[in-house]
Unconditional design. Structure first.
Length: 325
């Protein structure tokens, strides 16, 4: 036997995949194979847990990190990190990083504006009419120009900014709710402060949610918020399922207070097949795919973060554990 097979390679940094929901090795092993300085294992294949210095994760089990006392870096495969930050076994001193990818934001922006146009142009009406070969020009008398429609965006991070710019480029009025005050860009009005979400929602004909999930934003999309929105407004929910009180949305849709909703994220995923959202006439359901990122982007993010940590630098994609994003 070649004894070198039994020895750890000193220049290889070892890590572990930790996930309860996806087969991460199947998704990422080809991209990770390109990263010659890194080696990732399934938990059951880890040769020596004490040598594991990083983890690539998505929805890890509550005790997932217990076996790996020397983990220094936890790289989340997505932009949202809510499924990891409150993990009770997360090592206290580990740096948590996430994906911060302009391409992912551009993908999200494309998805968001598609839904903005869907609600502005009442596309569901055309699809139903087509089934009956019904040529009716529904909007000829009522269509408002984009400049008369206010699109509200909750969240002004990488995703919120990309969505705001793409929406403003189509001529809509754009209002964003941002935790921090700062400059507004051309065509985008920025509102900050404790009441920013309400101020934006109160004016939004179409409201897009891309907030991070934190204790402050949990259940932020609720009956009270829907009640202050313009009657018949639309909701585009791209944040996290726990932002939305689902029964409040169904009541608001049924009363007509909310005219339509596009929902990509849910309290329970996959959305149970008996859930009323599937069949609601004014709801568009998609399976948490508003923005996806490629394995190569995740592998690069991980490699950059590991290099930063190894060199004593703060990774650019580090998560602030206080704000939760
Ligand atoms: C997707 O949900 C993400 O957080 O990137």
């Amino acid at each position: 036997m070649n004894t070198s097979e039994l020895l750890p390679e000193v220049d290889v940094i070892e890590g572990v995949y930790l996930c309860t929901r996806l087969d991460l090795p199947e998704l990422f092993s080809a991209a990770m194979a390109e990263k010659k300085g890194l080696r990732l294992y399934r938990p059951e294949d880890v040769p020596d847990p004490a040598r594991i210095r990083f983890a690539l994760v998505w929805a890890p089990a509550e005790d997932a990190f217990d076996a790996y006392p020397n983990v220094e870096l936890v790289q989340v495969i997505a932009a949202g990190v809510d499924g990891v930050l409150h993990n009770p076994s997360l090592p206290e001193n580990a740096v948590v990083t996430r994906v911060h990818d302009p391409e992912q934001a551009a993908t999200m922006a494309g998805f968001a504006v598609w839904h903005v146009v869907w609600h502005h142009r009442k596309m569901g009406t055309y699809l139903k009419a087509q089934q009956d070969a019904n040529w009716s020009r529904y909007l000829i008398k009522t269509l408002k120009s984009p400049s008369l429609i206010t699109v509200g965006i909750l969240g002004y991070g990488l995703m919120g900014k990309a969505i705001a710019q793409a929406t403003a480029a189509l001529g809509f009025q754009v209002l964003v709710a941002s935790r921090t005050a700062g400059e507004s860009e051309a065509g985008i009005t920025r509102i900050s402060g404790d009441d920013a979400v309400n101020e934006v929602a109160a004016q939004a004909d179409i409201l897009i949610n891309v907030l991070p999930l934190t204790p402050q934003t949990r259940n932020v999309l609720n009956a009270k918020l829907f009640a202050i929105m313009p009657k018949g407004a639309a909701l585009i929910q791209l944040g996290r399922g726990d932002h939305l009180v689902e029964e409040d949305l169904i009541a608001a849709l049924d009363s007509g207070q909310i005219g339509g909703a596009s929902l990509d994220v849910f309290k329970q995923e996959p959305l149970p097949d008996t859930h009323p959202f599937w069949t609601h006439p004014n709801v568009v359901v998609t399976p948490h795919e508003a923005s996806v990122t490629t394995p190569e982007v995740v592998a690069n993010a991980l490699e950059n973060a590991i290099n930063d940590v190894a060199a004593g630098r703060c990774p650019t994609s580090i998560v602030d554990l206080k704000t939760g994003y």
